[in-house]
Ligand binder design. Structure first.
Ligand SMILES: Cc1cc2nc3c(=O)[nH]c(=O)nc-3n(C[C@H](O)[C@H](O)[C@H](O)COP(=O)(O)OP(=O)(O)OC[C@H]3O[C@@H](n4cnc5c(N)ncnc54)[C@H](O)[C@@H]3O)c2cc1C
Length: 305
């Protein structure tokens, strides 16, 4: 079947678009840079109860996003495929991804707040080791290990506590004496709390961190945590903007999208969801879903011409 619509971004808005296009019998391909669908709902707040829109109110974000994934999954989905650029080609567009080039008649940019990545410690050599983790998929890999947990929010506190039943030793390192997360029962767990310290360097053997040097924030006193088997970093996430520029101001049907190279409006290229909103208060599912409706209508109209 001819490639028709490329949806760049597999967040809730890209997913809704894909299922709406499916209902109209229009084949679409979702390109998602990360290995998971669902955008912010999956990466930033899977356990949170949705406040709006009405259709998801009170549901856990992960459940809500799973229903969007279910509806979209009859369309073509490409995970771990980052769209790098596109350019007008014949009567459509050539889309360039980290996997190659493909032709599409229409493009919808639904890249949201961009690519969300875990915030690192920023230490030299940090990206060259395989025992620093930024999320926990299988806690049992820490069985009988010595683990340093970095951070002061709920993720750091929850994992420090939970891992005490699996690991042999847990350190919890935070740059302040006060924690952002819920700390009230922390002293009931065998966690060695080290505050107010920040990591300043690491030593490694091969591709394994074996020790961290910590510096006390106020006095600059240094201590070394050695014999480490793993480091778990919970410093939150950062967003990396996609390489596209967005229109200023937004235009009806979001067709005034500017391409970063030629800076001109391109009919057939749409923007939907958080990617098209400047004002934070608009960053919600509902306005993105409304745009999806408008875009689908417009594509249907164009196909009939
Ligand atoms: C803590 C929190 C709570 C929230 N609670 C609510 C709520 O209760 N109700 C509500 O309506 N809204 C809520 N929101 C806002 C809502 O999550 C966003 O409005 C929504 O996720 C926007 O969806 P999106 O599809 O536009 O973008 P995103 O969810 O940001 O998804 C964009 C996707 O595009 C991918 N991507 C980016 N660049 C590329 C590229 N170049 N190539 C391929 N893929 C790419 C990203 O990896 C991501 O998966 C909340 C937001 C936060 C942070």
């Amino acid at each position: 079947m001819k490639n028709e619509v490329a949806i760049v971004g597999g967040g809730p808005v890209g997913l809704r678009l894909a299922s709406m296009l499916k209902k109209k019998g229009i084949p679409a391909t979702i390109f998602e840079a990360s290995s998971l669908l669902g955008g912010q709902m999956t990466t930033l707040y899977p356990e949170k109860k949705m406040e709006y829109p009405e259709e998801f109110k009170g549901q856990k974000a992960l459940d809500a996003v799973n229903s969007l994934i279910e509806e979209a999954k009859t369309q073509n989905i490409r995970l771990s495929t980052r769209v790098l650029d596109f350019s007008p080609y014949e009567d459509g567009f050539m889309l360039k991804t980290n996997q190659g080039e493909e032709f599409f008649s229409y493009i919808v940019i639904a890249t949201g707040i961009g690519l969300s990545k875990p915030r690192t410690m920023g230490l030299k050599g940090e990206d060259d080791v395989n025992n620093i983790f930024y999320s926990v998929k299988d806690p049992h890999i820490f069985h009988k290990k010595t683990v340093a947990v970095m951070g002061g929010g709920n993720s750091a506190l929850d994992w420090a506590k939970q891992l005490t039943s699996i690991a042999s030793k847990i350190y919890l390192i935070h740059r302040r004496n006060e924690f952002r997360g819920d700390v009230k029962d922390l002293n009931q767990y065998p966690v060695k709390v080290i505050t107010p310290f920040i990591p300043i360097s690491l030593t490694k053997e091969g591709h394994q961190v074996t020790s961290l040097t910590l510096e006390k924030v106020d006095t600059k006193e240094k201590i070394i945590l050695d014999h480490l088997d793993a480091v778990l970093v919970f410093y939150g996430r950062t967003s990396e903007k996609t390489p596209f520029l967005l229109p200023e101001p937004r235009t009806p049907f979001f067709q005034g999208y500017m391409h970063k190279k030629n800076q001109e409006s391109i009919p057939g290229v749409y923007v939907a969801g958080d990617a098209s909103f400047k004002d934070r208060s608009e960053k919600r599912l509902e306005p993105g879903f409304k745009e999806a409706e408008i875009i689908v209508e417009d594509i249907c109209k164009k196909r009939k011409l």
